[in-house]
Design a binder for this molecule. Sequence first.
Ligand code: IPE
Ligand code: IPE
Ligand code: MG
Length: 255
Amino acid sequence: MIPVPSRQTVSGKVMSVRSPEHVAIIMDGNGRWAKARGLPRSIGHRRGVEAVREAVRTAGALGIRYLTLFAFSSENWSRPAEEVGELMGLLKLFIRRDLADLHKEGVRVRVIGARNNLSPDIRSLLEEAENLTRNNTSTNLVIAFNYGARDEVTRAMQRIGEKIVLGELEPKALTAELIDAHMDTAGIPDPDLIIRTSGELRLSNFLLWQAAYSEFVFMPCLWPDFDRKAFEEALKDFASRERRFGSVSSCEIAS
Ligand code: IPE
Ligand code: IPE
Ligand code: MG
C-alpha cells in the first residue's frame, strides 16, 4: 500500500531522505550483451546470473530490505524452446548452488508468479528455497519467475470470486487492502523504486498493481554489466526525487 512519504528540508530544499525499502529490477539485456560480443544468448544469461549475485550482495550491504528480481515473465514462454530450457536450467542451478549461501547470509527467499505450469522439479526447488529461508530476517529476495502482472491479478480475482460465491466475502467488503492480500506479493511492501536495464522504457507486465507510486529509473546498461556502481547510481537518482503521492510539496503545506 502507499507509504507515508518522509521528507527533510536541507537548506530550504525538499529532499527525500528515505533510501528505498523495496527495489524491484527488470533485468533486461542479456541477449544484446551476448550479441555485442558475438556470443550465443545463453552466455548472456549465464553472465546475468553473476549480476544477480552481485545485486543481492549490494542490496544486503546497503540495507535494502526487499529486492525483487524479474527473472522470467509469463510471456517469455514464447521464446525458442532451447532458450526457455536454458533459463529454466539456470534457475535450478542458481537455487542449487546459491541457496545454502543465501541462507547463511540470512536472506529470505520468496517467489512470485504462477506455479501450476512449472515442472515438478522446479516447483519443489522453489518451495525448498522458501521453506528453508522462511524465518530469515536480513534481505528479502523476491524472485519473479513465471510472473506476469495480469496473470497475478487474474489469479487473485479468481480466488476472491470463489470466496464471494461461497458466501465468505461480501462484494462490498472488497477493498484495495483485500486485493493486496490476494496478490502473490501479499505482505511485501510496494516497490519504492523500479529499475530497468537495457534502455527499454516499458514495464513488460511487471508489478502493474504494486507500481502505482513507484519511482522509475531506466538505465542504458545491459543487465550483465549492472554492478554495485550502477546500483548506487540508480539509488542516487531515487534520492533526488520528491515523492508526493498525490499531495503537494511538504514545504507548501508548511507555508
Ligand atoms: C533479460 O534479457 C532476461 C530475460 C528476459 C529472461 P533478455 O533475454 O530479454 O535480453 P535482450 O532484451 O534480448 O537483450
Ligand atoms: C522483461 O524483459 C522480462 C524479464 C526481464 C524477465 P523482456 O525482454 O521479456 O521484455 P520485452 O519483450 O522486451 O518487453
Ligand atoms: Mg529483453
